[in-house]
Ligand binder design. Structure first.
Ligand SMILES: Cc1cc2nc3c(=O)[nH]c(=O)nc-3n(C[C@H](O)[C@H](O)[C@H](O)COP(=O)(O)O)c2cc1C
Length: 367
C-alpha cells in the first residue's frame, strides 16, 4: 500500500526510509511536552523531523547550540527521535527582526498602549531598513555563524541541516526589503549573496553534510509573500545555491508578516487546495536535478502518492497533518487510512495556539 510514499530515498546524501518529512514547526511547548510530541511524530513513521528555528547565533530564550544546556537539549531530542528510527534535521535560522531597535517599544507594550498586532506591524516595517543598513562585518559574522552552528548541530546529534531561506536569507533575497547598493543588494545575484555565503560557510566546514534549503518563493499577480525569491528570479537563485552546496530544496511560499499565507487555512482565497504550493515545486524542478520536497496543505495519501510517482516531487513535508495525526505514515502503510485524523486546516489550535502563546495543539486533542 502506498509503495511510492514508502520507498526510501537518498536525500542529498542522507538515506531516508520513506518520503514523509515533518516540516519545521516551532511548538512553543515546555520541554517534557515537546519531547513527548516529537517522540509521537517520530514513532508515527515519518522519515525525518526538521526542528524549526534553531538559531545560528547564541540565544538566551531558545535552546542554543552554544551552551552546555542547549547542547544537552538537542542531544536528548536526537536520542528520542533516533530511537524511533527517524532522522533529525536542524533548521538553521537567523531572524530578520531588529530586536535592539524594538526595545524602545517595550514600555508601550507593558502599559498596553501598543497591542501585539501593532508591535508585529512595527517589527515588519523595520525589516527593510534593518537589512538595508546591516554593516558588512555583521553580515559576515552571521553567514559564518551558519557554518559554526551546522558543526555544532551535527555534534549534538542532528543528521543534516536546513538553511532557513525565509527570514534573514529571504529578506536579503527580496527586492521588497533589500535596498542595499553594495555587493549584497541590487541584482538578483547580489541579493542571493547572503544565502550563498551562509550555505558556503557550512559546506567549507562540512564537505559531506546534506544541506536542505527552505526556498521561499514569492508570487506576483496576485501578490503573495514578501521575503524570498520571485518565481521569475528562480533561474538565477536555484543554480547558484546548488553550486554553493545545497543538496535539496524544500519549496514554499515566501512569508513576511502574514503567517496565514504560508500556513494557509482552508478558507484562504488563493491557497486553499491540497498541495497549494506545488506550482512552485514545478518551477524549481525545471532548474535542478536535486531532490525537491513540497510543503503546504498536503494531507491526502492518494494525492501525495501520485505527485511522487509522477516525479513532480521527491518528498512531502507536513506540519499540521502530522500534528493532527502523527501516525499518518504508519496508518497509510498498514491499511488504516480510514482511521486518519485528517487536518482540516482550521488553524485554530496550531497557528492559533502559537499566536496566543498556548503552545501548538490540535482540535483533535479535544475529542
Ligand atoms: C504552529 C506552526 C509553527 C511553524 N513554525 C515554523 C518554523 O519554525 N519554521 C518554518 O520554516 N516554518 C514553520 N511553520 C510552517 C510549516 O513548516 C509549513 O510550511 C506550513 O505549516 C505549511 O505546511 P502544512 O500545510 O503541512 O501545515 C510552522 C507552521 C505551524 C503550523
Amino acid at each position: 500500500m502506498y509503495e511510492t510514499i514508502k520507498s526510501p530515498i537518498n536525500y542529498g546524501g542522507l538515506e531516508l526510509k520513506n518520503r514523509i518529512i515533518f516540516a519545521p514547526t516551532s511548538m512553543g511547548l515546555r520541554r517534557e511536552e515537546l519531547f513527548e510530541r516529537f517522540k509521537k511524530i517520530a514513532a508515527g513513521g515519518c522519515a525525518m523531523i526538521i526542528i524549526g528555528d534553531v538559531p545560528v547565533l547564541p540565544q538566551k530564550f531558545i535552546p542554543s547550540l552554544y551552551t552546555k544546556k542547549g547542547m544537552e537539549f538537542y542531544k536528548s531530542l536526537a536520542d528520542i527521535v533516533h530511537q524511533e528510527g527517524c532522522m533529525l534535521c536542524a533548521q538553521l535560522h537567523q531572524s530578520d527582526s531588529n530586536f535592539k531597535g524594538m526595545l524602545k517599544y517595550v514600555p508601550g507594550v507593558i502599559t498596553k498602549r501598543i497591542s501585539a498586532d501593532e508591535l508585529r506591524s512595527i517589527m515588519n516595517q523595520q525589516v527593510g531598513p534593518y537589512i538595508t543598513n546591516l554593516p558588512i562585518t555583521k553580515i559576515q559574522e552571521i553567514t559564518e555563524a551558519f557554518g559554526n552552528a551546522a558543526e555544532l548541530a551535527l555534534e549534538s546529534g542532528f543528521d543534516m541541516v536546513q538553511v532557513h531561506g525565509d527570514r534573514m536569507c529571504g529578506s536579503f533575497s527580496s527586492a521588497v526589503f533589500n535596498h542595499r547598493t553594495d555587493l549584497y543588494g541590487g541584482s538578483p545575484e547580489n541579493r542571493a549573496r547572503f544565502a550563498v555565503e551562509a550555505v558556503s560557510a557550512i559546506r567549507r566546514r562540512l564537505p559531506d553534510v546534506p544541506i536542505d534549503y527552505k526556498l521561499a518563493v514569492r508570487q506576483e499577480n496576485p501578490h503573495y509573500g514578501n521575503t524570498g525569491v520571485l518565481e521569475s528570479e528562480l533561474p538565477i537563485f536555484v543554480p547558484i545555491l546548488e553550486k554553493a552546496g545545497v543538496t535539496s530544496f524544500h519549496v514554499t511560499l515566501a512569508n513576511h508578516g502574514k503567517l496565514s499565507d504560508t500556513i494557509p487555512p482552508k478558507t484562504h482565497p488563493e491557497f486553499s487546495a491540497e498541495g497549494c504550493f506545488l506550482k512552485f515545486c514545478d518551477d524549481v524542478r525545471k532548474l535542478t536535478d536535486l531532490p525537491v520536497c513540497a510543503v503546504g496543505g498536503l494531507t491526502d495519501p492518494d494525492f501525495i502518492d501520485e505527485q511522487i510517482k509522477s516525479r513532480r516531487i521527491d518528498c512531502a513535508a507536513m506540519s499540521r497533518q502530522l500534528i493532527a495525526d502523527p501516525q499518518w505514515p504508519d496508518k497509510i502503510f498498514n491499511y488504516r487510512v480510514d482511521e486518519i485524523n485528517r487536518c482540516i486546516r482550521c488553524n485554530k489550535e496550531c497557528l492559533g495556539g502559537m499566536m496566543s502563546h498556548r503552545g501548538v495543539h490540535c482540535i483533535y486533542e479535544r475529542k
